[in-house]
Design a binder for this molecule. Structure first.
Ligand code: LLP
Length: 457
C-alpha cells in the first residue's frame, strides 16, 4: 500500500524534475500535511479558494537549468533552448524563461504578444503555425520575429507580405522527417501523415523556390516528432536526418545556420512512467547532430530545442475540493470535485493518467477506497481518475493532482460557464498570484445582447 504513495517521498532526481512526479520542494510538514514551495497547501486554499493551479518556482528553474547545463556540456557550439509556450503561456512564464536565458516558441499572435510583454527578446522568439493569418504574419514581421514556414500557402503569404512591407525576413522551414514514435496519436507529429510541415520529398523544389525570393532568407530547419516521448532513438535518428537535409539545402545555395529539433521529452505522471532525463535527451540529440556534421564535414549549426512539458509540467499541481460522493453498490463510488474537464481536458481528450493525494493526509492510502474522481461538468466523460486509491476522505477535503503544469491551464475552457481557476507561484514560503481567478461575471464580458432584444425583455 505504501508503494502507492512513495512518489511523495522519493524524489529520485532533483536535477531533472521530469523524472519525479511531484515538485522538487514537496514535503509533508510536521502536521503531516502537504507543503509545496514552503507553503501549506491547506492555507493557500483557505486564502485563494479552489480549484487552484500552483507552480513551484524552484522546480521550474531547475528544469530550465538542466537544459542549459546539458547543452553547454554536450554541444560545444552555440545553442538556444526555446520554451514551447503552448504548454503554459502567461506573462509570468514568459518572464521566467527569459530570465533563464531561454527563447520562446509561439503559435499565435496571442502567444507572441504574451512573450514580448513578458520580456522575451524578439530575436529569441520563433513563430510557428500551419495556418498563420496575414495579421499574425505582419505582427511577426514588424516585430522582427523569426518565422517557421510550414507549407506552400504559408510561404507565399510570407513572400507577399514581406515584399509589400519591404522587410527582410529570416525563416526556418519545418518538415516531417517520417519518424514514428510511441505516443498518443493526437500528439504525434513527425510521421509523414501529419498536418504540420513540408513532406521531406518536397524539399528540393522548396529550396529552389526560396532561393529566388527577394526578402526571405532561409537560415534554419525545424522538425518536431511528437510529445510525451520516452524513447531516445527517434531523436537520435532525427539529428542525423536534419543534418542530411542541411546538406541538401546547401546544394541550393542556402547557408543553414540553425537546427531546431523540436520538443517532446516525456515526464513522469505515474509510477509506471520512466522518461529519460533532460541530460540524456540533450546528450542524444547533441551527439547525433555532432556526429552527422563531422561525417559530412559541416560546421556545427546553432542547436535549438523546444521543450514545453518537461519545463513546466512537474512544477505544477492542481488542488480540488471534494464535494459529493455517490456509491453504486458493486460497481463504483464516484467522488466529485469542484473542477474537472474545463481546467484539465487531458483525461477526456487523451485518456491521460495522473497521480494524486489528499492534502491533509498525503501519505494515507487505503486500497479499499477506490474512487472514480469526477469533475463537476455536465458530461459523463468528465472523469479525472478512473480508480484512485485514497485514504479515508470526506466532503470538504482537498485533493492535490500532480504534473498539471503543462497543457492544463493553456488548454482550459469555460465549458458550462465555469470560471478559470486562479494560478499561484510558490517560492520560499511565499505565494504570489500569477493569474487572477475568473468570476461568472467576467464570463459575460464578451456577450452582447443586441438592442432590439433588450427592448423585448
Ligand atoms: N515544438 C512544437 C513545434 C510543438 O508542436 C510542440 C508541442 C512542442 C515543441 C513542445 O512539445 P513538448 O516538449 O511539450 O512535448 N496538448 C497535448 C500536447 C500537444 C503538444 C503539441 N506540440 C497534451 O496535453 O499532451
Amino acid at each position: 500500500m505504501k508503494e502507492k504513495i512513495s512518489f511523495l517521498k522519493n524524489r529520485i532526481d532533483l536535477i531533472s524534475p521530469n523524472k519525479n512526479i511531484v515538485p522538487i520542494t514537496t514535503v509533508i510538514d510536521s502536521n503531516e500535511k502537504l507543503n509545496i514551495g514552503g507553503c501549506s497547501i491547506e492555507d493557500l486554499v483557505r486564502k485563494y479558494d479552489s480549484p487552484l493551479y500552483i507552480l513551484d518556482e524552484i522546480t521550474l528553474r531547475n528544469s530550465c537549468r538542466a537544459y542549459k547545463k546539458a547543452l553547454e556540456k554536450y554541444y560545444p557550439g552555440v545553442s538556444l533552448p526555446i520554451y514551447a509556450s503552448k504548454a503554459n503561456s502567461s506573462l509570468f512564464m514568459s518572464n521566467l524563461v527569459a530570465s533563464e536565458g531561454f527563447g520562446l516558441d509561439a503559435v499565435s499572435e496571442g502567444e507572441l504578444l504574451t512573450a514580448l510583454k513578458g520580456g522575451v527578446p524578439n530575436e529569441k522568439i520563433v513563430f510557428h503555425g500551419n495556418n498563420k493569418s496575414d495579421k499574425e504574419i505582419e505582427f511577426a514581421i514588424k516585430n522582427q520575429i523569426k518565422v517557421i514556414v510550414d507549407n506552400d500557402h504559408d510561404l507565399s503569404r510570407l513572400e507577399e507580405i514581406s515584399d509589400s512591407l519591404k522587410f527582410d525576413l529570416e525563416i526556418m522551414i519545418r518538415f516531417t522527417p517520417g519518424i514514428e514514435c510511441h505516443t498518443h496519436d493526437y500528439i504525434r507529429t513527425g510521421s509523414f501523415d501529419s498536418k504540420f510541415g513540408f513532406g521531406i520529398e518536397s524539399l528540393n523544389k522548396l529550396f529552389g523556390v526560396i532561393i529566388k525570393t527577394k526578402h526571405l532568407k532561409l537560415i534554419g530547419l525545424h522538425a518536431h516528432i511528437g510529445s510525451q516521448i520516452f524513447e531516445l532513438d527517434p531523436h537520435k535518428d532525427l539529428g542525423e536526418i536534419m543534418v542530411n537535409v542541411m546538406l541538401q539545402a546547401k546544394e541550393f545555395g542556402h547557408n543553414i545556420k540553425e537546427l531546431n529539433v523540436g520538443g517532446g521529452l516525456g515526464i513522469k505522471y505515474t509510477q509506471e512512467d520512466d522518461p529519460p532525463s533532460i541530460d540524456e535527451w540533450i546528450k542524444t540529440v547533441s551527439e547525433s547532430v555532432k556526429e552527422a556534421c563531422k561525417k559530412n564535414k559541416l560546421d556545427l549549426p546553432v542547436l535549438m530545442c523546444e521543450p514545453g512539458r518537461s519545463i513546466v509540467s512537474t512544477a505544477g499541481v492542481t488542488i480540488y475540493k471534494i464535494g459529493s460522493f455517490k456509491e453504486i453498490p458493486g460497481i463504483r463510488t464516484y467522488l466529485s470535485v469542484d473542477g474537472g474537464m474545463s481546467d484539465n481536458p487531458r483525461p477526456i481528450t487523451y485518456q491521460s493518467n495522473y497521480s494524486a493525494c489528499l492534502v491533509n493526509n498525503p501519505l494515507s492510502c487505503n486500497s479499499k477506497n477506490k474512487y472514480t474522481v469526477a469533475g463537476k461538468h455536465c458530461e459523463s466523460g468528465d472523469v479525472l481518475f478512473k480508480e484512485l486509491e485514497l485514504g479515508n476522505c470526506k466532503t470538504g477535503d482537498l485533493i492535490c493532482v500532480f504534473g498539471t503544469g503543462a497543457y492544463n491551464n493553456s488548454m482550459s475552457s469555460n465549458y458550462n460557464r465555469i470560471p478559470k481557476p486562479a494560478a499561484l507561484l510558490v517560492s520560499n514560503g511565499e505565494a504570489e498570484i500569477i493569474q487572477k481567478r475568473e468570476s461568472p461575471h467576467d464570463l459575460l464580458k464578451y456577450d452582447v445582447l443586441p438592442d432590439r432584444f433588450i427592448k423585448q425583455s
